[in-house]
Structures are given as structure tokens and as C-alpha cells.
Write a protein that binds this ligand. Structure first.
Ligand code: NAP
Length: 318
């Protein structure tokens, strides 16, 4: 009997290649309701999940004792209870490395758009309210030559730093551990978070969401930032206190923000929605056609490897 595999969302076709030979059930394009997800889990030996599914102990128990692997189609795995998985002997895998450049593109896109007021000015143009070119119209801070502070200089953070070098930016970073190789390669200088926030013109967040990084950027941290600073978050929503950020933007305490992720996706803090100085993307960081193919393929390869009794390429070490 082929092993039962549950794919929790419709994924790119490329992801089904490695799943050939398994008994595959695919749920819908939209995120499944919790009850549907738990019902569909029953009897699954492998689950290919995405960031929208909460894969916790309840889910694992609903699947039953046969569940061997949860292959998350994302590098972040804050949606998976890795402790509950370990207790049950379930392997968890993620998709690191295949999405770095694509996600860094979106971080840099948001950085540029927020600084140079693309969202706001495009809305004016589209609504027919653009009347003339003006010497002071839609001006924002320069990006080139400025100081970029990267919080979390891992794979994606370093890919952002490489882009910033092309813009002649000075790169400073804060990270849990020092990164001597990256310092050498990127000319990046380590700073304590406090000094980074006080001196950077742009702050881009690239840590995972953990207990330590929850609300890493809150009211106090925003207060330290420069009045013309721009904050970019493509990591996970809860790393930034969204209400505090909205207040800082309303009060003009920082210049602008570019966000791809939110605390309660798909809900966005209502104050942010009304702000001209917030550029808001709907969690599209890894969303290039090529990268989503690679993510789906890697997740499926990991899942298939575990079910065949082989070592997966990218297991989560917890
Ligand atoms: P990574 O290579 O593991 O890099 C994360 C970095 O954050 C590491 O250098 C890590 O330090 C550092 N870090 C962890 N905890 C920290 C803390 N408390 N304070 C300071 N630094 C800390 O991960 P990645 O592949 O770059 O991905 C980063 C995150 O981006 C993912 O976890 C995911 O949530 C998010 N992401 C979002 C999208 C999107 O669509 N918007 C797409 C992909 C990824 P150490 O080196 O000391 O561990």
C-alpha cells in the first residue's frame, strides 16, 4: 500500500514530481478550515504544510501514530510545534537556502518604495489627483550611500546586504552571534541593537520568529530610531509590535515602513491601512515563480526521503 501523504494547500506542479508513487491528497487553494485540516490529517504518514497551517500536537494526534514527517514549504517554521513533533518522533523539515535572493529582492523593493514614496505617489496618480511636477512633491530620503542596519544577518540578511553594497550603502548589523566571514565579505560592521537603531537610516529585519524575537522591535526600539529612518520587515509579523509601529508612523517618529508580514495575517492593523507612509505587501517575499517551484520541490523531496527511510536534505535540528 502506498503511504498516505497530505498536501495542505495547492502547490506548484513541480512539487508533485517527488511525490509520485505515494497516495497524495491535496486540499484547496485557500487555507483549509481547522476542522477540515484535522479531518484530512487522519492516517497521513507525511504532511507537506505551508505557513498558514498550525501544525501542533493536536494536529499530530489527529494524524495518528503513523505520521513520520512534516515538510514545511517555508524556511520559517514558527507554525510548527517542533517540541511536540520531537516528542512523537516526527521529523520536521523546512526549505532554507532556495528563497534567499528572491526574499531579499522583496526586502529591497520595500526599502526603495518606502523611501521614495512609490505607494503613495502611485495612488495619487491613479486617482487622477496628479496635477503637476513639483520641486517638493513626493520627496523622500536617498537610499544610495546611506547606512543600512540589518537585524539577523543570516542567509536572507546577507543577500540584502549584497544588494545594499550595489547601492553604495554602509552596512551595519546586529545578530545573535558574530559573523566574521560576512563581515569580511560584505564589509559589515557589528553593532549592539541599541546603536544600530540609533544610527541606521534603514533597518531591515531578518530574524526568525522565536520567543526571543517576539516584539524585538517595539515602542521603545522605534523611539530610538532616527526621524528619517525607514523600517523594513520581511521576517515574521510578530517580530515587530504592529500597533507601536502604526503609532510611530502616525506621529511621524520615523519616516516610513515597508512590510511584507503582519502579526495576524491576513489581518493588518487598521491604522496601517490608512497610512500613506506604509508600503504594504501581502507576504510575497518568496513569491517568484522559480522560487516557489524550488520550495515545493525541496519540501516534497524531504517528505519523500523520510518516508523511504532516507535522510532528508534540510531537517530542522531542534
Ligand atoms: P537564517 O539564515 O537562520 O538567519 C536568521 C538570522 O537571525 C541568523 O543569523 C540568526 O543568528 C539571527 N537571529 C536569530 N535569533 C536572533 C535574535 N534573537 N537576535 C538577533 N539575531 C537573531 O534564516 P533565513 O533563511 O535568513 O530566514 C530568516 C527568516 O525570514 C525566516 O525565519 C522566516 O521567518 C523569514 N522569511 C520570510 C519570507 C517572506 O516571505 N516574507 C520568506 C523567507 C523567510 P545565528 O546565526 O546566531 O543563528
Amino acid at each position: 500500500m502506498p503511504e498516505k501523504v497530505l498536501v495542505t494547500r495547492e502547490i506548484p506542479q513541480a512539487g508533485f514530481g517527488p511525490l509520485e508513487g505515494f497516495d497524495v491528497t491535496v486540499l484547496s487553494e485557500a487555507p483549509p478550515e481547522r476542522g477540515e485540516l484535522l479531518g484530512a490529517a487522519r492516517g497521513a504518514e507525511g504532511v507537506l504544510s505551508t505557513v498558514t497551517e498550525k501544525i501542533d500536537g493536536e494536529f499530530m494526534d489527529a494524524a495518528g501514530e503513523g505520521l513520520k514527517v512534516v515538510a514545511n514549504m517555508a524556511v520559517g517554521y514558527d507554525n510548527v510545534d517542533v517540541v511536540a513533533a520531537r516528542e512523537r518522533g516526527i521529523v520536521v523539515t523546512n526549505t532554507p537556502g532556495v528563497l534567499d535572493e528572491t526574499t531579499a529582492d522583496v526586502a529591497f523593493m520595500l526599502l526603495l518604495a518606502a523611501a521614495r514614496r512609490l505607494g503613495e505617489s502611485e495612488r495619487v496618480l491613479r486617482s487622477g489627483r496628479w496635477e503637476w511636477w513639483g520641486p517638493k512633491l513626493f520627496t523622500g530620503p536617498d537610499v544610495w550611500g546611506k547606512r543600512l542596519g540589518i537585524v539577523g544577518l543570516g542567509r536572507i540578511g546577507q543577500a540584502v546586504a549584497r544588494r545594499a553594497r550595489g547601492f553604495g550603502m554602509e552596512i551595519v548589523y546586529h545578530n545573535r552571534s558574530r559573523k566574521p566571514e560576512a563581515e569580511e565579505e560584505l564589509g559589515a560592521r557589528y553593532l549592539e541593537l541599541d546603536e544600530l537603531l540609533r544610527t541606521a537610516d534603514f533597518v531591515s529585519i531578518h530574524t526568525p520568529l522565536t520567543d526571543e524575537t517576539h516584539h524585538l522591535i517595539g515602542a521603545e526600539e522605534l523611539e530610538k530610531m532616527r526621524p528619517r529612518a525607514v523600517l523594513v520587515n520581511t521576517s515574521r509579523g510578530p517580530v515587530v509590535d504592529e500597533a507601536a509601529l502604526a503609532d510611530a508612523l502616525v506621529q511621524g517618529r520615523i519616516f516610513a515602513a515597508g512590510l511584507d508580514v503582519y502579526e495576524e495575517e491576513p489581518k493588518v492593523h487598521p491604522k496601517l491601512l490608512d497610512l500613506e507612509n506604509a508600503v504594504l505587501a501581502p507576504h510575497i517575499g518568496s513569491g517568484s515563480i522559480e522560487t516557489r517551484d524550488k520550495m515545493a520541490t525541496l519540501a516534497a523531496e524531504n517528505l519523500a526521503a523520510v518516508l523511504r527511510g532516507e535522510a532528508p536534505k534540510t531537517p530542522i535540528k531542534s
